[in-house]
Write a protein that binds this ligand. Sequence first.
Ligand code: NIG
Ligand code: FE
Length: 411
Amino acid sequence: MKKLTGPFRQIITMDHLERKGPITDSMINIIENGGVIVENGTIREVDDFEKLHRKYKVPVEEITGPSVLTPGFVDAHTHICYAGTRANDYAQKIQGITYQEILAMGGGIYSTVEKTRQSDFDTLKNETFNRVDRHFNSGITTMEIKSGYGLSLPDEIKMLDVINSINETSTPDLVSTCLAAHVKPMEFNDNETYLDFIRSDILPLIRERDLSRRVDIFIEENAFQPKESQKFLVKAQALGFEITVHADQFSRGGALVAATVGATSADHLESSQDKDIRALVNNNVTAVVLPGASLGLAMDFAPARKILDAGACLAIASDWNPGSAPMGDLLLQSALLSNFEKLTFAETMAGITFRAASVLGMDDRGILRQGKLADMISFPTDDHREILYNQGMLKPDMIWKNGNLFTKKSQ
Ligand code: NIG
Ligand code: FE
């Protein structure tokens, strides 16, 4: 089944752009009064609407009113499988107690672990699905979700089962990541024993049941230390996992480990210095910055401008989680980051489309071009610059996943 969708006032294809380094706005390809031919969920052609109308005698999915079409957004880092709330932590944080202090007192991540362990499969699935659905409705057509609030064999598996089971029926595509190495659970005496347990008991089962192909670790002063983390990651690689790292959020060390082991991405980087950034670039590790965590914790943004100028591939993700990044609005966060860090429209869009897709190994999306998935979103405006100008408050009103139009809400 073929159809022609359009005409759109502007189509921002994100085609012909470098995977790494700075991008100026003059480099982006804008098709005025454009259309898209979609066939079996993928894009057959993107061009002038009238030209496509003459060339293909196919049904038209007509778009009326102002409309700017972009690729669907990809969120390459979230923790939206969890139970409970951390409103209590937040109340403490705005009184001046830090995230790190709350964690050290056995709250923070530990309180979410307790609630997630107590939650049965169906309840956890429902809560997670609601967040997936909210994210999809704001234009995220592909999202990554981590485990990491189970920290035991049954509870880590329960989280990954929840994510995979939602993926079977949900419209957006979900990618699961094992973050059993989030923090050491209370029942273990030391980090090394726990990391050994993950490697010997949790990861082989995940492999066997193909619950995830990615492993993450939180490298931080009161989580896991660089040296023990590196040993663990090398073993995870030997089992066939792709590696991603929570790196340099409060203290340095994680980015260098990510570079040494050849991780796919190093995420956070708020505390990274030139040496860390150079190591990521030299080892082809994508930098994933998480402005939602800076907003949630009232901390500086990661040096995104510097990272791009150093020649890195930069993705922007929401880090949506109950503790450090409860907001979960990727577009709003990206718009604010672009303003504070001076990222161009093109760089910001690249960070939440094809560059983010590459972090997940999904080069079949994030660009509107022949052969790519027809994951597309349309904003009710006739000028693409309105998207960042509205700082996240202009949302897409039409969302296509694999060519199917899923939401059309009046705004
Ligand atoms: O990316 N920093 C570690 N992990 C998450 C926060 C998890 C939580 O606080 O629940 C993050 O910020
Ligand atoms: Fe995170």
